[in-house]
Write a protein that binds this ligand. Structure first.
Ligand SMILES: NC(=O)c1ccc[n+]([C@@H]2O[C@H](COP(=O)([O-])OP(=O)(O)OC[C@H]3O[C@@H](n4cnc5c(N)ncnc54)[C@H](O)[C@@H]3O)[C@@H](O)[C@H]2O)c1
Length: 512
């Protein structure tokens, strides 16, 4: 199917945060746009907001004054729904209420032409359920933009049970023509992003709940080692604890309280206390003017390593070998097919055996693998570039082993955060659970692997798609981590995805 021609009129209903942004996107792409809102003054406010946005674009040199005038000139304010009759595409961005949306689309069926496509920007309602009230549900499609719509590239194009493939294809092509990165998804709770991002917040809260590390340390490790643009607590404070908790509850309830999505008691308490984040001045952090940002826990300088011996394959941590050589530390390498990359650090008076964390604690692993002075280190997006690494010692390890491990990473130019011995540490457990959720979504036919990764990169700025991350680590490694977490906690929440198992035993990757 082809994109709608720019001569086709686009109607936007609801001139609030999302509607105004969507109207701006369509008008910028060259369509005549009709903007309607049932509340008096809302359309004028929406257009004023667009004007302000475009004014900033002029200041930044992105558009000219003439272009701004042309964009604004294509937007017409409407006072009645009937005025939307010429529209070939109607995008609804009104209040998030099923009955109200159904009622609006029923009215629209009697106003717009037979071949007009109806789209809903709902973030949590079922497209199938909205369409259930319509005479012709095949032309109803979800068109889920992200906030702010003019800046965020992702559009989830959602098909309900009755949606026609042609209508969805037209919106995929039209979104592309508008400069967006559309993905296809089946109407299921949370669609792709709001479902697959749950673990990002949940695992951070779980580590905090178990006393594994404090808030600034978790955020710093996720950013400086994990490569995420914002830490989970910073992001929750930006989104608002109430909004984030509501999405968690909505997905959890919609999936019949699958423990995978159980909301955190910690966030429930935040909301109960009115600590909603930036908007209320206090959330996980204090946002009052002049409030000091707490620092992450950073280890004091440890002893300089005298020599290092790497046994086995370091896998994703291989860039560390290059850093060891660059730091001038004598390095010996030994092959051992049975040893999963162990870094033996000799710091004179102290020795440490460093291993990349898997899903068990270092304490369990030291016991099972009979390793003295075992210290786990957490996953990094890129071990060469990471500016911080988290480490956690087994209970059996001597205190000097932890200092030797800190000194080792410091010698490679990294800040070190010592955290408690929680299974999967911080980044590794988060990535493993993001992968599991992503694999489940693909396994359940919500979307394909390519669209899943695009959605998480474009919709929530992840540094790498979860499934590409699984391929990078190897699906087998992620399964080891998941099985470890599952075994450690004995909770259904950590069960490995059937598709992950299948990839491992079939020797395949998510992206072939
Ligand atoms: N805010 C976000 O981050 C975001 C992101 C993606 C999707 N969404 C979805 O977009 C929709 C709108 O959200 P928003 O944040 O723009 O809300 P908003 O409150 O900023 O705007 C909603 C607008 O709809 C108008 N409205 C309400 N009922 C109406 C009706 N029956 N007919 C016509 N106009 C009506 C209101 O006057 C208001 O101007 C919701 O479905 C929401 O779930 C929001």
């Amino acid at each position: 199917m082809a994109a709608l021609p720019t001569s086709a009129t686009v109607a936007v209903i609801g001139a609030g945060t999302m509607g105004a942004g969507i109207a701006q996107v369509a008008a910028t792409a060259g369509h005549p746009v009709l903007l309607f809102d049932s509340f008096e003054g809302a359309v004028a406010r929406g257009i004023a907001g667009i004007e302000k946005f475009l004014g900033r674009s002029i200041d930044k040199g992105k558009i000219t004054g003439a272009e701004r005038d042309a964009i604004l000139g294509r937007i017409t304010a409407c006072d009645t729904l009937e005025e939307l009759a010429p529209a070939k595409l109607v995008i609804e961005a009104i209040v998030e209420d099923l009955a109200v949306k159904q009622d609006l689309f029923k009215k629209l069926e009697g106003i717009v032409a037979e071949d007009a496509i109806l789209a809903s920007n709902t973030s949590s309602l079922s497209i199938t359920a909205i369409g259930g009230a319509l005479a012709r549900p095949e032309r109803l499609v979800g068109m889920h933009f992200f906030n702010p719509a003019p800046l965020m590239a992702l559009v989830e194009v959602i098909t309900g049970l009755a949606t026609s493939p042609d209508a969805a294809d037209t919106l995929i092509e039209t979104s592309t023509a508008w400069g967006k990165a559309p993905v296809r998804a089946k109407s299921t709770p949370g669609f792709i992003v709001n479902r697959c991002a749950r673990s990002f917040y949940a695992e951070a809260q779980r580590v905090l709940w178990e006393g594994g590390a404090d808030i600034p340390t978790i955020d710093s490790v996720m950013k400086e080692a994990g490569g995420f643009r914002m830490g989970p607590f910073e992001l929750m404070d930006l989104i608002g604890a109430d909004v984030n908790l509501a999405v968690s509850h909505s997905v959890w309830n919609a999936y019949f309280r699958d423990p995978r999505y159980t909301p955190s008691l910690l966030q429930t308490e935040q909301v109960a206390a009115g600590r909603l984040g930036r908007k209320s001045g206090r959330g996980w952090y204090d946002h009052a003017e002049g409030a000091e940002r707490p620092e992450p826990l950073t280890a004091p300088p440890g002893p300089m390593p005298k020599s290092v011996r790497i046994v086995g394959d370091l896998g994703p941590a291989e860039p560390l070998a290059g850093l060891i050589e660059k730091a001038g530390i004598p390095l010996k390498r030994e092959k051992d097919p049975d040893e999963l990359g162990a870094i033996h650090v000799d710091a004179g008076d102290a020795e440490a055996v460093l291993m990349l964390t898997h899903g068990a604690t270092a304490t369990e692993r030291a016991h099972w693998e009979e390793k003295d002075n075992l210290v786990h280190f957490d996953l990094a997006l890129d071990f060469g570039a990471a500016s911080r690494v988290a480490i956690a010692a087994a209970d059996q390890a001597a205190p000097a082993a932890l200092e030797a491990a800190a000194g080792f990473f410091q010698a490679l130019g990294k800040s070190v955060s010592v955290i408690d011995d929680v299974p999967g540490m911080i980044v590794m457990r988060t990535v493993a659970m993001l992968v599991n959720e992503a694999a489940d979504a693909v396994n359940q036919g919500v979307c394909d692997a390519a669209d899943l990764d695009t959605a998480m990169i474009k919709g929530v700025n992840y540094p790498r798609g979860p499934l590409a991350w699984a391929d990078f680590l190897s699906p087998a490694w992620v399964l080891v981590v998941s099985d470890g977490l599952y075994g450690h906690y004995g909770e259904d929440r950590y069960r490995p995805s059937p598709l992950l198992r299948r990839k491992v035993f079939g020797g395949a990757k998510f992206h072939e």
